[in-house]
Design a protein around this ligand. Structure first.
Ligand SMILES: Nc1ncnc2c1ncn2[C@@H]1O[C@H](COP(=O)(O)OP(=O)(O)OP(=O)(O)O)[C@@H](O)[C@H]1O
Length: 372
């Protein structure tokens, strides 16, 4: 039996005052008009796995307007037994995460235990926006795969902030320079560690990503991905040394893994510049499915897959190829949202017979045998 979320209870989470739902182990669909809270349901599921909103909202923004707190709790069913996870947030006092009644010492200890991959319209930023988005993607995946990566990343970010602060202070005395040297030694260590992780990650991801792209597009075009990093040509120590004077003038650290990026290509050209909306969407889906595969391989758990408003911009052939892929046994529990029930019915075809369908309206989520 794959791990799956069997129950979800929400109190004051976004637009829901109180909701209790039971899910099936495979496909669960939320259908309803625009703005009724379908994406919010997915975000609650994301919250339970990742302890934060997947839509870059502060915890306080997830509290239903006018209320003082929210609670998201749920039961994950797996072979070893059920796990009850509780996430509570109260304005003014913060967040508490508990597993089977016991509070975690560190929230980071929870991340990766109930892996999850989401595909949503916001992924477009991965193609359209700056390298920060693509670094966030690598960080999110690698943090779920290996906790030591998250620890290294947090350390690197602290060191970088400290180094930049020193550079900004126009440091004039010897003791500041000594502090900088101590920071640099540590940055070399964690920066190189992060680089090795990311390099291996992209090398592992690439063939899976290209294969998924070929399957969904029926090889109508070829997608590519490569890792961009200052550390490809120089080691971190040499880089910091070489750029020391420049960094002093710029008053920030101009080289390192905080400037890494991913090059996303379609038929050898920049996907951002040359890809159509449907091709870019196919690329993002292939990337996320490759992410899914790597997390599955490393954790031995099939992540929960969240598909938010996924069918828009894709032609029916690509939709059916994608559904064929995620419907097979390599994938586990899936949550899908759509505002158009006919499109959903057409996309899922026979898989709809075994799916749980939920109608979302007026702050309520109700299971239906047939969509109204
Ligand atoms: N903290 C909050 N308190 C109350 N309502 C909120 C809160 N956060 C978001 N909402 C409401 O949730 C609604 C958006 O919900 P959501 O994005 O889930 O809609 P959706 O059903 O996915 O819509 P679409 O089909 O357009 O994608 C908005 O009306 C918004 O005002």
């Amino acid at each position: 039996m794959p791990m799956f979320l069997s129950r979800l209870n929400l109190v004051n989470f976004k637009n829901f005052a109180s909701v209790e739902v039971e899910f099936c182990p495979k496909i669960n669909c939320f259908v309803g008009d625009n703005g009724v809270g379908k994406t919010n349901m997915l975000d609650a599921i994301y919250f339970l796995s990742m302890c934060k909103s997947g839509w870059l909202m502060a915890d306080s923004q997830c509290v239903k307007h006018g209320e003082p707190f929210f609670v998201v709790d749920g039961i994950y069913r797996r072979n070893e037994g059920d796990d009850k996870i509780y996430c509570g947030f109260k304005l003014g006092s913060g967040k508490v995460i508990k597993k089977n009644g016991k509070e975690y010492d560190r929230i980071a200890d929870h991340i990766g235990s109930y892996p999850l991959v989401q595909i949503s319209p916001a992924d477009n930023n991965l193609v359209q926006e700056s390298g920060e988005e693509r670094r966030r993607f690598m960080n999110l995946v690698l943090s779920q795969i290996d906790r030591s990566y998250l620890v290294a990343l947090q350390k690197y970010n602290r060191l970088l902030a400290h180094r930049n602060k020193l550079l900004k202070s126009n440091f004039t005395n010897g003791s500041s320079y000594e502090v900088l040297e101590v920071i640099d030694v540590q940055m070399v260590e964690v920066g190189s560690y992060i680089y090795r992780f990311r390099k291996k990650f992209v090398a592992d991801l690439q063939p899976i990503f290209e294969r998924y792209y070929a399957t969904i597009s029926e090889s109508r075009e070829v997608a590519g991905i490569s890792y961009i990093s200052h550390l490809i040509n120089d080691d971190m120590k040499a880089l910091l040394l070489k750029n020391y004077e420049k960094d002093c003038v710029l008053q920030h650290t101009s080289v390192g893994v905080h400037r890494d990026d991913l090059d996303l290509l379609l038929d050898g050209y920049s996907a951002k510049k040359m890809g159509s909306q449907g091709q870019q969407k196919t690329l993002l889906i292939a990337l996320k499915l490759a992410q899914f595969e790597l997390i599955r391989q490393s954790s031995g758990i099939k992540p929960i897959l969240l598909l938010d408003d996924i069918f828009d911009k894709l032609d029916p052939r690509r939709v059916s190829k994608m559904i064929e892929l995620v419907g097979n046994d390599l994938f586990g529990q899936i949550f899908i949202t759509d505002s158009n029930k006919h499109r959903l019915e057409e996309a899922l075809g026979v898989l709809l017979n075994d799916a749980y369908l939920f109608s979302v309206a007026d702050g309520a989520v109700e299971r239906k045998d047939i969509l109204p």
